[in-house]
Design a protein around this ligand. Sequence first.
Ligand SMILES: Cc1ncc(COP(=O)(O)O)c(C=O)c1O
Length: 397
Amino acid sequence: MALKFPIFLDAQSTTPVDPRVVDAMLPYFTEKFGNAASRNHPFGWEAEEAVEKARKQVADLIGANDAKELVFTSGGTESINLAIKGVAEMYREKGNHIVTTVIEQRAGLDVCKRLERQGFEVAYVPVQPDGLVDVETVRKAVTDKTILISVMFANNEIGTIQDVAAIGKLAKEKGIIFHTDATQALGKIRVDVEAMGIDLLSCTSHLIYGPKGVGALYVRRKAPRVRIAPLIDGGGHERGMRSGTLPVPLIVGFGRRGAHAPGGAARPPAGRDPVERGRGVPERASGAAAPAQPEHLLRLRRGRVGPHGSQQGDRALLGLGLHVLDARAVVRHRGARRERRAGALLHPVQPAPLQHRGGDRLRRTADTRGREAVARDVAPVRAREGRRRHQVHSMEG
Ligand SMILES: Cc1ncc(COP(=O)(O)O)c(C=O)c1O
């Protein structure tokens, strides 16, 4: 297969849409354009049927008992907002305390900061040097006013996978609602809301080769029944939890991708499933936590590699105690064969020591150096490709 340049190595930020997913979505933009809430004619019924099929596909992907437990949203950020703010408002009478971690994605942390301004108290549990949250530390952070424990499943910066089942068990013991941001875990490693004691789960489509702009929040209906206050008032869609006309084509795409993601309904038989065998995330041997060892952290020529171009330094790496400039210059290396091959092209080298200069200057220097370095790496490969193409043409000619 011909290599395409530039090579995309930032699949934690997004992924392209699988062409089969695009095919599944297309009819719902044009001939099947009905509003899923139109209950009185076939256009609406057709759209509703497609939405319910997708709901079941996503429910199967996370091991939910009932597809009605899935609420479609615009993505991970909205799901996290709905989960945390929704619980905070609904259970305010019961308590005003939330336990979360220092390495949550921005959405989780910013929602908690907002709630603090509104009178909530939030305990930000630190991570251990290996990037994992100690369940006993979570236990100690819980008070008799705690209404929610929110701990992310897989980290988007350092790839650590938390012991979600143990935290779910603790939450059950204490009778506290448990939310997890499974945005980076969905479709890659086993996610099972029943087996793991998860009450609320946020996920998104665009990180598993589905379309952007659609995600879901799992809201447990039984044992216990979890209730959340909506963020958006309106037509009462999604059982009143998320009003607004549903983006049927996006939902169809999310469901289609969900059904075929490793771990989905169409998952390979036991023993042949890469997710079950722990290949979804290479450092994780089914069930074992993935430590962020220094050798897994590669410094790239690029100067800084932060998710979404973050200038603050990766929160998770800062949480591990790295200097802010080092945190900007580091990326997690999965060690997968495909990436090692790519690594042969964009191989990491020892960079000139980072100069601790002011923000803008540093950014410009790093970016220019990065572009030059990539150009240097790619040029010989392009030249080789060009020569090969020339030979093929000469042979054909
Ligand atoms: C861990 C994590 N949570 C939440 C989000 C936000 O999801 P979305 O982009 O769908 O809003 C992301 C996005 O990459 C993420 O990595």
